[in-house]
Design a protein around this ligand. Structure first.
Ligand SMILES: Nc1ncnc2c1ncn2[C@@H]1O[C@H](COP(=O)(O)OP(=O)(O)OP(=O)(O)O)[C@@H](O)[C@H]1O
Ligand SMILES: [Mg+2]
Length: 361
């Protein structure tokens, strides 16, 4: 390994991008730490690729700034930004061999001879394509092309790496290998990295922080655990993981706690900010693993009509319907002997952390 460059900070400040009249990116601000891996998650068309293209210098913003280590880079052309990018469609040069593709950025930076050859070998080994130097892109599978694109981006030893769904065409095992490899390289090289992905598990496992985007805006920028446990908006809540939503109303308030009367017919005492006043209509979001089935009635248990139960790996997923018609999913560990008591009540599990959202009526 060569010397380890210090990671760079990457600051995106109030960035706005328009295509004609349409807003593709709408006032995005992200402060990314040196050597940090940030995953960008969001539905198709929310502006993820556009954001990367502005950072890399391929699209010009209507407003806002991009700074690396505090200095604005907006005036620099793409090839002077020292940013490696792997495009969503990998965009290899079709008439060049694998080795020539990897060497492209090196030659553009004036590197020649044995140094170029050494980098080609090193980074093709990293992506496990050492034997493919002389192939043309059309002689490779989609996943292999993706790996060449990754080698090409890494070969210039950028200080910032932008990856636009780099593993989408890979099968599961290779994907895991590449995730580990990217994480390792990113650590060794101190690369500040943004990874666009549609895969929540990938975002949760690879990223230090996740930015969830919706309609050109960042709705939450937080650690994976905080995004999962404390989603700040209904959109983030519904986009990350599986969740149950139930209607209710605040029936009493006491300090930081609200008593919520569920439309499904139980009362729950939950931590709630002062925003949730007496009488406020609320939505309660609970993850499936935070609900429990019970055969015992009680004030904090609501009646359900059990539906299908599906074994999924080590878990059992139960479907159920509440008295007010909400459909619930409840997950519990799969037991060898199923209980034969009629479990027609649902409660919060002991460690449940439901999230309250305001509900418009
Ligand atoms: N060159 C372009 N001209 C006009 N509109 C564009 C252009 N590129 C993207 N858009 C529009 O800008 C919006 C954001 O596109 P973008 O490619 O950034 O989305 P994305 O989040 O990367 O989506 P996906 O997950 O499907 O890749 C979309 O509505 C898209 O149609
Ligand atoms: Mg995209």
């Amino acid at each position: 390994m060569q010397s380890t460059p210090a990671g760079r900070t990457l600051d995106v400040e109030d960035l706005t991008v328009r295509y004609g009249q349409a807003l593709a990116v709408d006032g995005v601000t992200l402060a990314i730490e040196p050597g940090e891996v940030v995953a960008l998650l969001g539905p198709s068309g929310c502006g993820k690729t556009t954001l990367l293209r502005v950072i890399a210098g391929f699209v010009r913003q209507a407003a806002g700034r991009v700074r690396v280590d505090g200095a604005a880079i907006d005036h620099l052309p793409a090839n002077q930004r020292n940013i490696g990018i792997v495009f969503q469609n990998y965009a290899l040069f079709p008439h060049m061999t694998v080795a020539e593709n990897v060497a492209y950025g090196l030659r553009a930076r004036g590197m020649r001879g044995s140094e170029v050859q050494a980098r080609i070998s090193r980074f093709l080994d990293v992506v496990q394509l050492g034997g493919f130097r002389e192939r043309l892109p059309r002689q490779l599978s989609g996943g292999q092309q993706q790996r060449v694109a990754l080698a090409r981006a890494l070969a210039v030893e950028p200080s910032i790496l932008l990856l636009d769904e780099p593993f989408a065409a890979l099968d599961r095992n290779l994907r895991l290998d590449m995730q580990i490899e990217v994480k390792r390289l990113q650590r060794t090289l101190g690369l500040t990295t943004i990874l666009v992905t549609h895969d929540q598990d990938e975002a949760m496992s690879v990223a230090d922080r996740i930015a969830v985007m919706n309609k050109g805006r960042v709705e939450q920028f937080d650690t994976p655990v905080a995004i999962y446990d404390r989603p700040q908006t209904l959109f983030v809540n519904g986009f990350i993981g599986t969740t149950n939503l139930m209607n209710g109303k605040v029936s009493a308030r006491e300090g930081g706690t609200a008593t919520v009367a569920l439309d499904a017919g139980a009362t729950l005492r939950l931590p709630a900010s002062a925003d949730f006043g007496l009488g406020a209509p609320v939505l309660i979001s609970v993850r499936p693993e935070q609900l429990a089935l019970s055969s015992v009635p009680g004030p904090d248990a609501w009646k359900i009509v059990p539906g299908l139960s599906l074994p999924i790996g080590a878990q059992l997923v139960h479907e159920a319907r509440t008295a007010d018609g909400a459909s619930l999913k409840i997950v519990e560990p799969r037991r060898t002997t199923p209980s034969d008591t009629a479990r027609i009540y649902c409660t919060l599990a002991a460690d449940a952390r439901p999230t309250l959202f305001p509900r418009s009526t």
